[in-house]
Design a binder for this molecule. Structure first.
Ligand SMILES: *[C@@H]1O[C@H](CO)[C@@H](O)[C@H](O)[C@H]1NC(C)=O
Ligand SMILES: *[C@@H]1O[C@H](CO)[C@@H](O)[C@H](O)[C@H]1NC(C)=O
Ligand SMILES: *[C@@H]1O[C@H](CO)[C@@H](O)[C@H](O)[C@H]1NC(C)=O
Ligand SMILES: *[C@@H]1O[C@H](CO)[C@@H](O)[C@H](O)[C@H]1NC(C)=O
Ligand SMILES: *[C@@H]1O[C@H](CO)[C@@H](O)[C@H](O)[C@H]1NC(C)=O
Ligand SMILES: *[C@@H]1O[C@H](CO)[C@@H](O)[C@H](O)[C@H]1NC(C)=O
Ligand SMILES: *[C@@H]1O[C@H](CO)[C@@H](O)[C@H](O)[C@H]1NC(C)=O
Ligand SMILES: *[C@@H]1O[C@H](CO)[C@@H](O)[C@H](O)[C@H]1NC(C)=O
Length: 435
C-alpha cells in the first residue's frame, strides 16, 4: 500500500504535467481505495459512534495503523495554489519552526475556550507544543494581526460550516481576536453546536454552523453520542441550516470530514440507494467515498448556482494521531513535539478523503473561473499531520489522572487551545489580505 510514489517534489512542474499527475493520482487513488477497503472491511470493526460526550467530537476514526517513516510528499500530492495562475506563495507547504514568543492568548486571557480543548487548565504538563509556528517555504507568514483582521471585516460577516473541528477553528479565532475585542454571543442552538458572535465596535458577525455532512442528514444519537440507528443521509439535498443563511455571509470556511465514515443509509431523489455498514440484507453496501464525493458535489453545485458572490474557503480534512490503538482501544497521543516530514505518513482514510476533496474542489474551481465567485482550497491536511503533539489526549478532561477510578478517554483529533490550530488562522489572515 505504501509503495506507490508520485514525484511531487519537483516544484517546477508545468500545469499540464501537473494535471496529468492529478489524473494519474486519481487512477492510483482508485487502486488505493480498493486496498484500503479490503483492509477496512476485513477487520471486524464497527463504525462507531463516538462518545466524546455530548455535543459532538463524536467523530469516528477508522482502525488503520499510523504508518511512520515514509516521505510525506510521496503520499500527499502538493496542492500549489500558485499553479492556478496567481503569483502568490503556496502557504501550505513549509515546516513548523520554533517560536519562542509563544501563543497570543492563554487560558487566562481567553475565556471562551471549550473545556475539552483547554489543555492548560486541564493540567497538561508539557508546554513545548505551544512554541512552534507554521512557516511556508516560499514566503513569510506574519502572525495573525487581530486589529487588521477586524478592520478588514468591518461590516462584514463570516461563517465556519462543518463539524466540531470547525468549532475548534472558530474558537481559536475568537481567542486571538479577544486581544482587541471580546465578542458578544448573540445566538446558540440548543446543543451549543451552532453559535453566532457579534463584534460591536466593528459591526462584524462571526458564525459557526454545525453541519457535519453539509448535506441533509437525520442523525439518531443520544447526548453521549451513542448511535440509536443509522444516519439517514440525503446526498443530493443540502443541509438547509447553512444553505438558508448562505446569502448572509461575505466569507465562508466550509469543510467535510470524518462523519462520513459513520454507519449511514444513503438517499438520492428521496430514495434509498444503499448504505454504509448498515448490515441490512435488503440494502446494498456502499463505500463512504461515494457519499463524500456526492455530497461535496451537491455543495459545490449549490455554490456554483448561487448568485451570491461569496469568498469561499474549502478546508481539507484534518488528520488524527491515535497511536497504538484507536480512540476506543487505548490509542493515545503523548508526543510533545512536531514530526519532521519523513517521520509520519498520512493514513489511507485521510488520503482518500483529501483526494476526493482536491478532485471535487478543482472541478468546481474550473467551472467557477470568471464567475466572480472566489473559492480557495484551505489545505491544512499535511501541515496538521505534522503536529501529533497538538491534541488534548487525556487532557480533554480536567486533571484526568486525579480521578483514578474513571477510564481515561484520549482525544487525538481535536486541537488544544492555544495550539497548532492557531496557525490555521495565521494562514487565513494571509489569504484574506491578499484578496
Ligand atoms: C509553486 O509553484 C510556483 C510556480 O510554478 C513555484 O515557483 C513555487 O516554487 C511552487 N511552490 C512550491 C512550494 O512548490
Ligand atoms: C526513517 O527512515 C530513515 C531512513 O530511511 C531513518 O534514518 C530514520 O531514522 C527513520 N525514522 C524513524 C522515525 O524511524
Ligand atoms: C490556567 O492554567 C493554569 C495551568 O497551566 C491553571 O493553574 C490556571 O488555574 C488556569 N486558569 C484559568 C483561568 O483557567
Ligand atoms: C453593519 O453591517 C451590515 C452588513 O453586515 C450593514 O448592512 C450595516 O449597514 C452595517 N451597520 C453600520 C452601522 O455600519
Ligand atoms: C435522481 O433523479 C435524477 C433526475 O430525475 C436522475 O438523473 C438520477 O439518475 C436519479 N438518481 C438516482 C440515484 O435514482
Ligand atoms: C428485508 O425485506 C424482507 C421482505 O420485505 C423483510 O421480510 C425483511 O425483514 C427485511 N430485512 C431487513 C433486515 O430489514
Ligand atoms: C507515551 O506513552 C507510551 C506508553 O505509555 C510510553 O511508552 C512513552 O514513553 C510515552 N512517550 C512520551 C513522550 O511520554
Ligand atoms: C480562467 O480563465 C482565464 C480566461 O478566461 C484563463 O486565462 C485561465 O487559464 C483560467 N484559469 C483556470 C484555472 O482555468
Amino acid at each position: 500500500m505504501k509503495k506507490m510514489k508520485f514525484d511531487m517534489n519537483n516544484s517546477q512542474v508545468t500545469s499540464n504535467q501537473w494535471r496529468n499527475q492529478v489524473f494519474a493520482k486519481i487512477a492510483i487513488c482508485l487502486l488505493f481505495v480498493g486496498f484500503a477497503f479490503r483492509f477496512y472491511f476485513s477487520s471486524s470493526i464497527q463504525i462507531f459512534s463516538f462518545i466524546y460526550e455530548h455535543d459532538d467530537g463524536k467523530l469516528p476514526t477508522p482502525q488503520l495503523p499510523v504508518v511512520a517513516n515514509s516521505t510525506l510528499s510521496d503520499q500527499i500530492p502538493v496542492y500549489n495554489s500558485t499553479q492556478e495562475g496567481s503569483p502568490e506563495c503556496d502557504v501550505f507547504t513549509g515546516e513548523w519552526i520554533r517560536d519562542p514568543t509563544g501563543p497570543r492568548y492563554t487560558n487566562h486571557t481567553c475565556n471562551t475556550i471549550e473545556p475539552h480543548q483547554n489543555c492548560m487548565k486541564n493540567g497538561r504538563p508539557d508546554s513545548d507544543y505551544l512554541y512552534w509556528r507554521w512557516s511556508p517555504a516560499d514566503c513569510d507568514l506574519p502572525p495573525f494581526n487581530p486589529k487588521t483582521f477586524l478592520q478588514f471585516m468591518t461590516s462584514k460577516s463570516m461563517a465556519f460550516i462543518g463539524d466540531s473541528i470547525s468549532r475548534n477553528h472558530v474558537q481559536s479565532l475568537l481567542c486571538i481576536l479577544s486581544q482587541i475585542e471580546d465578542a458578544d454571543e448573540v445566538y446558540h442552538d440548543e446543543e451549543y453546536r451552532s453559535k453566532k458572535w457579534f463584534f460591536k465596535s466593528h459591526n462584524f458577525t462571526l458564525s459557526v454552523i454545525w453541519s457535519p455532512f453539509l448535506t441533509k442528514a437525520s442523525i439518531f444519537e443520544d447526548n453521549d453520542g451513542h448511535s440509536m440507528g443509522p444516519i439517514e443521509l440525503h446526498l443530493d439535498e443540502l443541509d438547509l441550516i447553512w444553505a438558508n443563511q448562505f446569502d448572509d455571509f461575505n466569507y465562508v470556511m466550509i469543510s467535510g470530514g470524518k462523519w462520513f465514515l459513520k454507519t449511514a443509509i444513503y438517499y438520492e431523489n428521496a430514495t434509498v440507494i444503499g448504505c454504509h455498514n448498515c448490515k441490512n440484507d435488503n440494502i446494498s453496501e456502499m463505500t463512504f467515498d461515494y457519499a463524500y464525493r456526492k455530497s461535496l458535489r451537491t455543495v459545490f453545485d449549490f455554490v456554483k448556482k448561487s448568485n451570491h458572490k461569496v469568498n469561499l474557503f474549502f478546508r481539507s480534512t484534518t488528520p488524527d494521531h491515535f497511536e497504538n490503538g484507536e480512540w476506543n482501544t487505548g490509542g493515545y497521543c503523548n508526543r510533545t513535539g512536531p514530526f519532521k516530514e519523513h517521520e509520519i505518513n498520512i493514513r489511507d482514510i485521510d488520503m482518500i478523503m483529501r483526494d476526493i476533496e482536491l478532485d471535487e474542489f478543482l472541478k468546481a474551481k474550473q467551472t467557477l473561473n470568471g464567475s466572480g465567485l472566489d473559492v480557495r482550497l484551505f489545505d491544512t491536511t499535511s501541515l496538521s499531520l505534522l503536529r501529533p503533539d497538538g491534541h488534548p489526549g487525556p487532557y480533554r478532561a480536567f486533571h484526568p489522572f486525579d480521578l483514578k477510578e474513571t477510564k481515561i478517554q484520549n482525544d487525538c483529533l481535536h486541537w488544544c487551545l492555544p495550539g497548532p490550530i492557531d496557525s490555521w488562522n495565521d494562514i487565513l489572515m494571509s489569504l484574506l489580505l491578499r484578496v
